[in-house]
Design a binder for this molecule. Structure first.
Ligand code: C5P
Length: 224
Protein backbone atom coordinates (compact mmCIF):
# COMPACT_ATOMS: atom_id res chain seq x y z
CA UNK A 1 0.00 0.00 0.00
CA UNK A 2 1.35 3.39 -1.05
CA UNK A 3 -0.06 6.52 0.61
CA UNK A 4 -1.26 9.06 -2.00
CA UNK A 5 1.28 11.67 -0.93
CA UNK A 6 1.23 13.39 -4.35
CA UNK A 7 -2.55 13.44 -4.90
CA UNK A 8 -3.49 16.48 -7.00
CA UNK A 9 0.12 17.14 -8.04
CA UNK A 10 1.44 17.21 -11.62
CA UNK A 11 4.90 15.70 -12.14
CA UNK A 12 7.08 15.98 -15.27
CA UNK A 13 10.15 13.76 -15.63
CA UNK A 14 12.90 13.13 -18.14
CA UNK A 15 14.39 9.65 -18.41
CA UNK A 16 16.71 7.52 -20.47
CA UNK A 17 19.59 8.49 -22.74
CA UNK A 18 19.53 10.93 -25.64
CA UNK A 19 20.65 10.10 -29.17
CA UNK A 20 22.63 12.67 -31.13
CA UNK A 21 22.65 11.96 -34.86
CA UNK A 22 25.84 11.82 -36.92
CA UNK A 23 24.02 10.86 -40.12
CA UNK A 24 20.57 9.27 -40.81
CA UNK A 25 21.65 5.87 -39.46
CA UNK A 26 24.37 6.65 -36.92
CA UNK A 27 24.58 8.57 -33.70
CA UNK A 28 26.10 9.09 -30.28
CA UNK A 29 24.29 7.87 -27.19
CA UNK A 30 25.08 6.54 -23.69
CA UNK A 31 24.38 3.51 -21.51
CA UNK A 32 21.41 4.91 -19.56
CA UNK A 33 18.61 2.29 -19.54
CA UNK A 34 15.89 4.61 -18.24
CA UNK A 35 15.11 2.23 -15.33
CA UNK A 36 15.56 4.82 -12.56
CA UNK A 37 13.45 7.47 -14.32
CA UNK A 38 10.71 5.01 -15.25
CA UNK A 39 10.64 3.71 -11.66
CA UNK A 40 10.24 7.26 -10.35
CA UNK A 41 7.44 7.90 -12.88
CA UNK A 42 5.69 4.75 -11.66
CA UNK A 43 6.18 5.66 -7.99
CA UNK A 44 4.85 9.20 -8.59
CA UNK A 45 1.76 7.75 -10.30
CA UNK A 46 1.24 5.28 -7.43
CA UNK A 47 1.44 8.28 -5.09
CA UNK A 48 -1.53 9.85 -6.89
CA UNK A 49 0.25 12.34 -9.19
CA UNK A 50 -0.59 13.10 -12.82
CA UNK A 51 2.65 12.05 -14.49
CA UNK A 52 4.23 13.04 -17.81
CA UNK A 53 7.40 11.23 -18.82
CA UNK A 54 9.62 12.69 -21.55
CA UNK A 55 11.70 9.74 -22.59
CA UNK A 56 14.79 9.23 -24.71
CA UNK A 57 15.11 5.90 -26.59
CA UNK A 58 14.60 2.96 -24.19
CA UNK A 59 13.17 -0.55 -24.41
CA UNK A 60 11.04 -0.16 -21.27
CA UNK A 61 7.24 -0.41 -21.10
CA UNK A 62 5.37 2.78 -20.16
CA UNK A 63 4.37 2.65 -16.47
CA UNK A 64 0.62 2.25 -15.94
CA UNK A 65 -1.30 5.53 -16.08
CA UNK A 66 1.73 7.60 -17.15
CA UNK A 67 1.63 9.89 -20.20
CA UNK A 68 4.79 9.29 -22.22
CA UNK A 69 6.34 11.58 -24.82
CA UNK A 70 9.12 9.99 -26.87
CA UNK A 71 12.07 12.06 -28.05
CA UNK A 72 15.48 11.27 -29.44
CA UNK A 73 17.90 14.18 -29.17
CA UNK A 74 18.65 16.51 -26.26
CA UNK A 75 17.24 19.41 -28.32
CA UNK A 76 13.93 17.51 -28.76
CA UNK A 77 13.89 16.63 -25.05
CA UNK A 78 14.46 20.29 -24.17
CA UNK A 79 11.63 21.38 -26.47
CA UNK A 80 9.18 18.74 -25.16
CA UNK A 81 9.96 19.67 -21.55
CA UNK A 82 9.54 23.41 -22.17
CA UNK A 83 6.25 22.74 -24.03
CA UNK A 84 4.84 20.84 -21.03
CA UNK A 85 6.37 22.55 -18.00
CA UNK A 86 3.50 25.03 -17.52
CA UNK A 87 1.32 24.04 -14.55
CA UNK A 88 3.70 21.33 -13.29
CA UNK A 89 4.33 21.10 -9.55
CA UNK A 90 7.41 18.88 -9.69
CA UNK A 91 10.14 18.40 -12.31
CA UNK A 92 12.56 15.48 -11.98
CA UNK A 93 15.46 15.42 -14.45
CA UNK A 94 16.67 11.83 -14.53
CA UNK A 95 17.70 11.60 -18.19
CA UNK A 96 21.36 11.19 -19.07
CA UNK A 97 21.30 14.09 -21.51
CA UNK A 98 24.16 14.30 -23.98
CA UNK A 99 26.38 17.27 -23.18
CA UNK A 100 27.11 17.90 -26.86
CA UNK A 101 25.39 17.56 -30.24
CA UNK A 102 27.02 17.16 -33.63
CA UNK A 103 26.73 20.36 -35.65
CA UNK A 104 27.95 18.92 -38.94
CA UNK A 105 25.73 15.81 -39.08
CA UNK A 106 25.33 14.54 -42.63
CA UNK A 107 21.92 14.46 -44.38
CA UNK A 108 23.01 11.33 -46.25
CA UNK A 109 24.63 8.20 -44.87
CA UNK A 110 28.38 8.87 -44.75
CA UNK A 111 30.43 6.64 -47.04
CA UNK A 112 33.54 4.80 -45.93
CA UNK A 113 36.46 6.28 -47.89
CA UNK A 114 38.81 4.07 -49.95
CA UNK A 115 41.79 6.11 -48.81
CA UNK A 116 40.96 5.52 -45.14
CA UNK A 117 39.97 9.17 -44.49
CA UNK A 118 37.77 9.47 -41.38
CA UNK A 119 34.95 11.91 -40.62
CA UNK A 120 35.65 15.06 -38.61
CA UNK A 121 32.77 15.66 -36.22
CA UNK A 122 32.15 19.08 -34.74
CA UNK A 123 30.19 19.66 -31.56
CA UNK A 124 28.20 22.32 -29.78
CA UNK A 125 26.99 22.20 -26.19
CA UNK A 126 23.37 21.13 -25.60
CA UNK A 127 21.01 23.24 -23.48
CA UNK A 128 20.90 22.23 -19.80
CA UNK A 129 17.24 21.18 -19.49
CA UNK A 130 17.24 21.01 -15.69
CA UNK A 131 18.84 24.45 -15.32
CA UNK A 132 16.35 25.90 -17.86
CA UNK A 133 13.43 24.51 -15.85
CA UNK A 134 14.93 25.63 -12.53
CA UNK A 135 15.18 29.14 -13.99
CA UNK A 136 11.38 29.15 -14.51
CA UNK A 137 10.60 28.42 -10.83
CA UNK A 138 8.14 31.06 -9.68
CA UNK A 139 7.96 32.86 -6.33
CA UNK A 140 5.43 30.23 -5.28
CA UNK A 141 8.26 27.69 -5.63
CA UNK A 142 6.73 25.60 -8.45
CA UNK A 143 7.96 23.55 -10.14
CA UNK A 144 9.96 21.95 -7.33
CA UNK A 145 13.06 20.78 -9.22
CA UNK A 146 14.98 17.58 -8.58
CA UNK A 147 18.19 16.72 -10.42
CA UNK A 148 20.43 13.69 -10.64
CA UNK A 149 24.20 13.44 -10.61
CA UNK A 150 26.30 10.44 -11.61
CA UNK A 151 29.75 11.04 -10.19
CA UNK A 152 32.55 8.51 -10.16
CA UNK A 153 34.41 10.10 -7.20
CA UNK A 154 33.98 12.60 -4.34
CA UNK A 155 30.19 12.32 -4.60
CA UNK A 156 29.50 14.07 -1.31
CA UNK A 157 31.54 17.12 -2.23
CA UNK A 158 30.49 17.29 -5.90
CA UNK A 159 26.83 16.60 -5.11
CA UNK A 160 26.53 19.62 -2.85
CA UNK A 161 28.33 21.81 -5.39
CA UNK A 162 26.18 20.57 -8.28
CA UNK A 163 22.96 21.28 -6.38
CA UNK A 164 24.04 24.91 -5.88
CA UNK A 165 25.25 25.27 -9.45
CA UNK A 166 22.00 23.98 -10.92
CA UNK A 167 19.97 26.20 -8.60
CA UNK A 168 17.69 23.37 -7.38
CA UNK A 169 16.37 22.43 -3.92
CA UNK A 170 17.10 18.69 -4.21
CA UNK A 171 19.83 16.75 -5.98
CA UNK A 172 20.06 12.95 -6.06
CA UNK A 173 23.56 11.51 -6.33
CA UNK A 174 24.26 8.02 -7.63
CA UNK A 175 27.15 6.33 -5.89
CA UNK A 176 29.62 5.22 -8.51
CA UNK A 177 29.04 5.16 -12.24
CA UNK A 178 27.94 1.51 -12.21
CA UNK A 179 24.24 2.31 -11.92
CA UNK A 180 23.65 2.50 -15.70
CA UNK A 181 21.51 -0.46 -16.75
CA UNK A 182 21.56 -2.04 -13.28
CA UNK A 183 18.47 -2.97 -11.26
CA UNK A 184 19.97 -1.79 -7.97
CA UNK A 185 21.31 1.58 -6.94
CA UNK A 186 22.50 3.52 -3.89
CA UNK A 187 21.53 7.16 -3.78
CA UNK A 188 22.39 10.21 -1.72
CA UNK A 189 19.96 13.12 -1.33
CA UNK A 190 21.44 16.62 -1.14
CA UNK A 191 19.31 19.51 0.07
CA UNK A 192 19.93 22.83 1.81
CA UNK A 193 20.49 21.12 5.14
CA UNK A 194 23.03 18.49 4.07
CA UNK A 195 22.93 14.97 2.70
CA UNK A 196 21.12 11.68 3.45
CA UNK A 197 22.08 8.23 2.13
CA UNK A 198 19.36 5.85 0.88
CA UNK A 199 21.14 2.48 1.06
CA UNK A 200 21.39 0.02 -1.81
CA UNK A 201 18.04 -1.30 -2.98
CA UNK A 202 16.24 -2.02 -6.22
CA UNK A 203 15.38 1.09 -8.23
CA UNK A 204 11.61 0.88 -7.63
CA UNK A 205 12.11 0.76 -3.84
CA UNK A 206 14.45 3.76 -4.05
CA UNK A 207 12.02 5.56 -6.36
CA UNK A 208 9.20 5.13 -3.81
CA UNK A 209 11.47 6.39 -1.02
CA UNK A 210 12.51 9.35 -3.18
CA UNK A 211 8.86 10.25 -3.89
CA UNK A 212 8.07 10.28 -0.17
CA UNK A 213 11.19 12.40 0.48
CA UNK A 214 10.07 14.89 -2.20
CA UNK A 215 6.52 14.95 -0.78
CA UNK A 216 7.92 15.55 2.73
CA UNK A 217 10.03 18.48 1.55
CA UNK A 218 7.13 20.07 -0.35
CA UNK A 219 4.90 19.64 2.68
CA UNK A 220 7.51 21.17 5.02
CA UNK A 221 7.98 24.08 2.64
CA UNK A 222 4.29 24.88 2.43
CA UNK A 223 4.09 24.84 6.24
CA UNK A 224 6.83 27.47 6.55
O1 C5P B 1 25.64 18.50 -15.18
P1 C5P B 1 25.21 17.07 -15.16
O2 C5P B 1 24.98 16.52 -16.54
O3 C5P B 1 26.05 16.17 -14.31
O4 C5P B 1 23.80 17.13 -14.43
C1 C5P B 1 22.96 16.04 -14.35
C2 C5P B 1 21.55 16.51 -14.12
O5 C5P B 1 21.21 17.55 -15.04
C3 C5P B 1 20.53 15.42 -14.37
O6 C5P B 1 19.40 15.70 -13.57
C4 C5P B 1 20.23 15.59 -15.84
O7 C5P B 1 18.98 15.05 -16.20
C5 C5P B 1 20.26 17.09 -15.99
N1 C5P B 1 20.71 17.58 -17.30
C6 C5P B 1 19.81 18.20 -18.15
N2 C5P B 1 20.24 18.69 -19.36
C7 C5P B 1 21.52 18.58 -19.73
C8 C5P B 1 22.46 17.96 -18.89
C9 C5P B 1 22.01 17.45 -17.68
O8 C5P B 1 18.63 18.30 -17.81
N3 C5P B 1 21.89 19.07 -20.92
Amino acid sequence: FQPKVLAGKRVLLTAGPTFEAIDPVRGITNLSSGKMGYSIARAAREAGAEVTLVSGPTTLPTPHGVRRIDVRSAAQMHEAVMDHIGGQHIFVGVAAVADWRVTNASDQKMKKQDDGATPRLEFEQNPDILASVAATTSISGWPYCVGFAAESENLVEYGAIKREKKGIPLLVGNIGHHTFGQDDNTIVLFDESGHTVLPRADKLTLARQLISEIAKRIEQRSLL
